[in-house]
Design a protein around this ligand. Structure first.
Ligand code: PEP
Ligand code: MN
Length: 242
């Protein structure tokens, strides 16, 4: 279970949210320090300072850290602060980045490209493994379809398909998959029931003020309630939230 705000906004913000998600049973603290924003005028992230803040909050709460890396020149800096590296949807086919990450010995979380087939996604995972890095985790985060009620269309069926085709663990990200706070919990429950190995969920203490993805961020109380539900659903499919 990975969770946190979309974007690191300040030290205070991360220090406030980290104990809350820890208490809910989350293992990995996530936050973007370098953000791939659609608009160049949107907040681009705190940069290295954000990674420091994330590491510090995680250490104080016994959590691991994952954050999104944008290009291969950032690898040495990321290795100083993170336990897992996230390759975002927009970089799923950034082959130079994937090849360099294949030489790293930390797990890589590979998000599915918004317009990628499952086969393309699995081939990108193979790029990551070419240099011997076999610790690859896939993350379904919604794809672009004709439907525009939700931000993306979370492809729940990708979970059993990947389970059949690959040995790699697969997570789901219902936050980007729906873009709407009230749709996140139902899709998180569905993903666990479909066999997901993990979830990535955005949580914010005051989503209405969030600098990024506030509309899809859960309030801490909603997240607590969701975690309690998931602890009931997971055993029905012989999975446990640890
Ligand atoms: C994110 O995880 O905050 C993010 C930018 O996601 P994606 O790459 O799936 O759009
Ligand atoms: Mn986000």
């Amino acid at each position: 279970m990975m969770s946190a705000p979309c974007t690191i906004e300040s030290k205070e913000q991360i220090q406030a949210i980290a104990p809350i998600i820890k208490e809910c049973g989350v293992r990995i603290l996530r936050g973007g320090a370098f953000k791939p924003r659609t608009s160049p005028y949107s907040f681009q992230g705190m940069g290295e300072e954000g990674l420091k803040v994330l590491r510090d909050a995680a250490d104080r709460n016994g959590l691991l850290v994952v954050s999104e890396i944008m290009n291969q020149t950032q690898i040495p800096m990321f290795l100083e602060y993170v336990d897992l590296l996230q390759v975002g949807a927009r970089n799923m086919q950034n082959f130079d980045l994937l090849k360099e990450l294949s030489k790293v010995r930390k797990p890589v979380l590979l998000k599915r490209g918004p317009a990628s087939t499952i086969e393309e996604w699995l081939l990108s995972a193979e790029y990551l493994m070419t240099g011997g890095n076999h610790n690859v985790i896939l993350c379904e985060r919604g794809i672009r379809t004709f439907e525009n009620y939700t931000r993306n269309t979370l492809d729940i069926s990708a979970i059993p398909v990947v389970k059949k085709l690959s040995h790699l663990p697969i997570m789901a990200d219902p936050s980007h998959g729906t873009g709407r706070r009230d749709k996140v919990s139902p899709m998180a429950r569905a993903a666990v029931a479909a066999g997901a190995d993990g979830l990535l969920i955005e949580v914010h203490h005051a989503p209405e003020t969030a600098l990024c993805d506030g509309a899809q961020s859960l309030y801490p109380d909603q997240f607590r309630e969701l975690m309690a539900q998931l602890k009931i659903i997971a055993p029905a499919v012989e999975r446990w939230i640890v």
